[in-house]
Design a protein around this ligand. Structure first.
Ligand code: N01
Length: 522
């Protein structure tokens, strides 16, 4: 159904949300005028933003708006865009609706589809960075290797020998960008092109080739339909089947795009609707709303039943609840995997050989190209940077027993250091952009305490951090992620990387820092 044909519904959280936004704007205006009166102290504080992806670009825009002008974004690569720069595989698209997957302050009437292709999303971030002149603040090919706090300053080192001394460090290092390779014998011995999905080799032609794909996550499920008609054969090596939610991905017509251009209100309505639908369904289901969970489960089950061949359907049937792993949304995976040139291989992999993949039943699956779609380390956060706090302890040591932060953004003994999209940030299947926006606003309220001269150092207290993480562990018990499946959400200590509460709680928690939970030093 056309978006234009839908009656804009009243947003469930619209009033609270608007109040929140207005309050922030008001407080910013007050701060702006105070800062101007104080002679623009924001210019005096130096800030390093690490990473020029979605969160880094956002931080730069917000900082500058608030009068913090003395910052540099350090980017290890030669282009901005984070995950949307790294991933270029065929079929790449976002699983959050386009009109929700954008900065709240920068609507885009030109999205081509309900769920946009990856390249378009990269172009969106690039366009926003240009519009807000963020690009001029980025230092490319500057990988920060070390950041150490001494006497009230952070001392940064980059891989090329560069140095910087700053007052604040904001780690906008993203969630899913450290590719994980499977521990399979002979991985290096394959003779043909073999690459991770996040390092796609565009020189490797797939036309008429026998292509193997290891893994059945969101990535593989997008690649299969994108290549199936081009290749001779796809062999999908599946260790665990996935639930797949049927979700159409219609194109926006020219008429709809024009309507968005003519009416910012319409775009706002669509944004609002998508936000409320996602926060009211997926985000509730994963934290224990049984009705939502059953509805989503039933939709996935119905989708699975569209697979005609009972043997194939059996292979594709998961033995865990829908949404335990990251829910996959696709209307074209089942049609593609039922094509005669597709094969789901469920026999375990014995080893990789020059000519293909040998499974435990002794069969060699002969291949020309091998794609490793085995995902990412979603718990790497700031790794492999060496970040050393005020006690000489590194973040790696601090996190030896699990990655914990205070409200996802701060770590005790790491003053004036903040994480965006840090531990427990992701809200089930929700847009990370909105999450990051709220975190930046929250962090800037803490930075303002230093800027206005009230304090010199801001760090979360250990007590508050421990309490917050104990609450997380307790709440996590009621979530679907720990209901009995293996996924990238869960780290080696058994902790899930997700936000175990509602979206509304996140909005509430991020409104204003509780200063009693911070150590504020003069
Ligand atoms: O990775 P995954 P992904 N032998 O970790 C299998 C986001 N994303 O790249 O389930 C054989 O989900 C592993 O098997 P199992 C999204 O958040 C977003 O697909 O552990 N198989 C699994 O099937 C997503 O959740 C978009 O048994 C092995 C697969 O590899 C996240 O990225 C698009 C294996 C890994 O699946 C990661 O998705 C794409 C082995 N040794 C991705 N080791 C957007 O829309 C692992 N596997 C933005």
């Amino acid at each position: 159904m056309s978006i234009l044909a839908t009656q804009p519904k009243r947003c469930k959280f619209a009033t609270a949300w608007q109040r929140y936004v207005n309050r922030l704007k008001e407080s910013m205006n007050i701060q702006h005028s105070e800062i101007k009166a104080a002679g623009g102290k924001g210019e005096l504080l130096r800030i390093a933003i690490i990473g020029a992806g979605m969160s880094g670009i956002l931080t730069a825009i917000k900082l500058r708006e608030a009068g913090y002008t003395n910052f540099t974004i350090y980017e290890k690569a030669d282009r901005l865009g984070g995950t949307w720069r790294e991933n270029t595989y065929p079929g790449l698209s976002c699983d959050v609706p386009s009109h929700l997957y954008r900065y709240s302050f920068e609507p885009n009437p030109n999205w081509s589809k309900l769920f946009s292709p990856g390249q378009e999303i990269w172009e969106y971030f690039d366009g926003v960075a240009k519009k807000y002149d963020v690009a001029s603040s980025i230092e490319y090919n500057k990988e920060v290797t070390k950041s150490e706090y001494k006497n009230g300053k952070w001392y940064l080192e980059t891989a090329d020998g560069g140095r910087d001394t700053v007052d604040f460090v904001i780690a906008a290092t993203g969630v899913l960008h450290h590719p994980v390779f499977p521990d399979i014998d002979g991985l290096g011995s394959f003779e043909g092109p073999c690459f991770h999905s996040a390092q796609w080799d565009h020189n490797a032609s797939l036309e008429g080739k026998r292509v193997g794909i290891i893994g059945t996550g969101s990535t593989a499920i997008q690649i299969v339909p994108a290549i199936i008609d081009e290749v001779e054969k796809v062999s999908l090596f599946q260790r665990t089947p996935q639930w797949v939610l049927p979700l159409p991905n219609p194109e926006f017509s020219d008429e709809e795009k024009q309507a968005f251009r003519n009416s910012p209100e319409l775009m706002e309505d669509v944004y609002c609707q998508a936000r409320d639908q996602f926060s009211g369904s997926f985000s509730e289901a994963v934290i224990g709303d049984k009705t939502q969970m059953e509805e989503i489960g039933a939709l996935c089950q119905g989708n699975l039943e569209t697979v005609q061949d009972p043997e194939l359907r059996e292979k594709l049937t998961p033995n865990y609840q829908a949404m335990c792993k990251r829910l996959i949304m696709s209307n074209d995976f089942y049609p593609a995997i039922q094509k005669p040139n597709a094969d789901v291989v469920t026999e375990g992999i014995e080893r990789i050989e020059a000519g293909g993949v040998r499974t435990r039943d002794g069969v060699l699956h002969e291949l020309d190209v091998l794609v490793i779609a085995t995902g990412f380390d979603g718990h790497a956060f700031t790794g492999p940077m060496n970040i050393i706090g005020r006690n000489g302890t590194s973040l790696e040591e601090t996190w030896a027993n699990g990655k914990e932060a205070y409200r996802s953004v701060a770590v005790p003994d790491f003053p004036n250091f903040f994480l965006l999209c840090g531990p427990n940030s992701p809200i089930g299947n929700f847009s990370l952009i909105l999450i990051s926006e709220m975190q930046v606003d929250y962090v800037m309220q803490l930075m303002d305490l230093v800027r206005d001269g009230t304090y010199r150092e801001v760090a979360a207290t250990k007590d508050a951090t421990d309490r917050f993480n104990a609450d997380i562990k307790e709440a996590m018990k009621g979530t679907i992620w720990v209901s009995g499946c293996k996924s990238w959400y869960i780290d080696k200590h058994g902790n899930a990387a997700m936000w175990p509460w509602s979206f509304q709680k996140f909005v509430e928690d991020m409104k204003q820092p509780l200063l009693e939970e911070f150590e504020l030093n003069h």
